[in-house]
Ligand binder design. Structure first.
Ligand SMILES: Cc1cc2nc3c(=O)[nH]c(=O)nc-3n(C[C@H](O)[C@H](O)[C@H](O)COP(=O)(O)OP(=O)(O)OC[C@H]3O[C@@H](n4cnc5c(N)ncnc54)[C@H](O)[C@@H]3O)c2cc1C
Length: 524
């Protein structure tokens, strides 16, 4: 196999030319090429006068052999393997365990993806929040109503496996080679549904609208100041839907994400060891997508082959780092609270990314020392800001907004300019500079000005800030040891955004890792 790097195609050239160019580079006749695959496609926009596509491809004169897979055999667990949560971590753990014949049982507090869409629409149309089923909770997890960006900083062979599974379950094939792949909010529900269908077809079970509310152990729980035994195990889980019932379990994957605050409290009350964790908070910033296209692609901004441009910015202009996060080209700002009397924002876009505005989180680092005492103090810190944002927005789930120019000058905004906020529940002007602790506001102000030096116009007067973005990651981590099990209970596996992942890809990969560890316990 020969890997050819850096094949360039201009924006006018067709991808069908690639094979010939690769053959030429490798000094092989086109006719002899039996295998050709695009490995990576990226936009090279470093020189605004010569924006082009850059490819990495694999070619060969023979067809690759299909690797022989010797199926591992497993003994059967005597009781169920339960997975709590059907976000990417839970779904991928479930898929892997189901394929190995374990018939896992998945417990999800929210509804199936089909019914979840109705709950989210109802919140937007009637301001009626369903606290179990919303943008954070429900089948597919937090990222189901998202841009479905699949970038990750985690370098692992599991990355490719996750992308291939997404495609096998209905995601667009180009995610396999795009440098910055995304699925889009319009494709995600279908992908999620197809993964569920496969789990069910293999004998797994999924309980929707069912919440884990308690655990029973063999009494050997290991806590900070409590009983010192290593052999503690969960024996059953307590679940609630219309009724409360027990399920006897042999292993539990805890893939509950970062927003299930009552569950964190329940685990804490049961002595499960956790620690505080740093995170970030801030706002969504919105610009016209046309402006972002122009600043990234210059004269090529209108070229449809390039699609909607993105950006990623960071600043160390103050002691606290400020960075953009979860940028959604052509997307909208969405109401992402899971609790009543709170405003939380996040972003999503459809696959085409063809909306008017570009949005991104612009957030400042929050340190554990900002929370105060107590393992769950970070949650109280988030809650207070979310409740302040609710009141600032008029106490009806409208979001507080401010123009960037006014935010930088500590001035109240009076009227929108070119950029209109996309938040679907309405926006109310509020001096956002007064919403966050002072030093965090200052850090974001300095950060925005610094970012403006790199992306000219980023801190333009008319750009809109919408508050408040608090659910960037978990403020608490459920501690696990080398074998990925909880340090308190040997058959409880904290997984994904409970402190071990940040985003769809890394959560899915963590799900696969945890599933592998569980499978190995039964390998024969
Ligand atoms: C609007 C939005 C947009 C996003 N966009 C992107 C993006 O473009 N790219 C990206 O990489 N990341 C994005 N993210 C982040 C990403 O979605 C998360 O990092 C990821 O979903 C975490 O996966 P997870 O499986 O660990 O947890 P989650 O996806 O949060 O899933 C946890 C699940 O557990 C369920 N649950 C919780 N407690 C219980 C309980 N007690 N009983 C039963 N079920 C329970 C919840 O209902 C939820 O469905 C976005 C997040 C949001 C909210």
């Amino acid at each position: 196999m020969i890997r050819i790097q850096n094949i360039k195609l201009s924006l006018d050239e067709d991808e069908s030319l690639l094979k010939g160019l690769a053959a030429k580079k490798a000094n092989i006749s086109m006719r002899d090429i039996k295998y050709f695959k695009i490995i990576k496609k990226s936009i090279d926009a470093r020189d605004k006068g010569n924006i082009h596509f850059s490819y990495i491809v694999d070619i060969d004169t023979i067809l690759p052999e299909t690797p022989k897979i010797i199926a591992q055999k497993y003994s059967r667990p005597q009781k169920r393997i339960a997975i709590i949560g059907t976000g990417p971590a839970g779904l991928f753990a479930g898929l892997s365990l189901a394929r190995a014949g374990f018939q896992p049982i998945l417990i999800e507090r929210g509804s199936s993806v089909e019914n979840r869409q109705k709950a989210v629409s109802q919140f937007i149309s009637e301001r009626l929040l369903n606290t179990s089923c919303n943008i954070q909770f429900g089948e597919g997890g937090a990222g189901t109503f998202s841009d479905g960006k699949l970038n990750t900083g985690v370098n692992s062979p599991l990355n490719k496996i996750v992308l291939e599974e997404f495609v096998a379950h209905g995601a667009p094939e180009e995610i396999l080679f795009q440098n910055k792949p995304h699925i889009g909010s319009d494709n995600l529900p279908n992908v999620v549904k197809n993964i569920r269908k496969e789990i069910l077809s293999l004998g797994g079970e999924v309980y929707f609208d069912t919440t884990l509310i308690g655990i029973k152990t063999d009494g050997g729980i290991k806590t900070d100041g409590g009983i010192k035994t290593d052999g503690g195990k969960i024996t059953s889980i307590l679940c609630e839907n219309e009724k409360i019932f027990d399920i006897e379990v042999e292993n539990v994957v805890l893939a509950i994400g970062h927003s299930s605050r009552d569950t964190f409290q329940m685990l804490f009350d049961n002595g499960i060891m956790m620690e505080q964790k740093d995170m970030a908070i801030g706002f969504r910033i919105e610009h016209k997508q046309k402006f972002i296209n122009k600043s990234q692609y210059g004269n090529f901004a209108e070229n449809i082959k390039l699609g909607a441009a993105d950006y990623k910015l960071s600043s160390q202009a103050s002691d606290r780092g400020v960075f953009t996060f979860c940028m959604c080209p052509g997307g909208t700002v969405v109401p992402a609270t899971s609790e009543p009397g709170a405003v939380v924002v996040n972003g999503m876009s459809n696959f085409k990314r063809d909306g008017e505005n570009a949005n991104s989180a612009v957030v400042v680092q929050v340190k554990k020392s900002d929370y105060g005492e107590g393992i769950l103090a970070g949650i109280d810190f988030q809650r207070k800001l979310e409740s302040d944002a609710y009141i600032a927005g008029g106490s009806d789930y409208s979001a507080p907004v401010q123009l960037v120019g006014d935010f930088l000058r500590n001035k109240e905004s009076k009227a929108f300019g070119e950029v209109k906020p996309s938040y679907s529940l309405g926006a109310k002007f509020y001096p956002l500079h007064a919403l966050l602790p002072k030093e965090m506001t200052l850090a974001i102000q300095l950060g925005l000005q610094d970012m403006d030096r790199r992306l000219k116009g980023f801190a333009m007067n008319d750009a809109v800030l919408t508050g408040i973005e608090t659910r960037t990651s978990s403020p608490v981590r459920v501690l696990r040891g080398e074998n990925l099990n909880s340090v308190s209970l040997s058959n409880l596996y904290p997984c994904g955004e409970v402190g071990y992942a940040g985003g769809i890809m890394s959560s899915a990969m963590d799900g696969l890792k945890v599933a592998q560890i569980i499978k190995e316990k039964y390998a024969i």
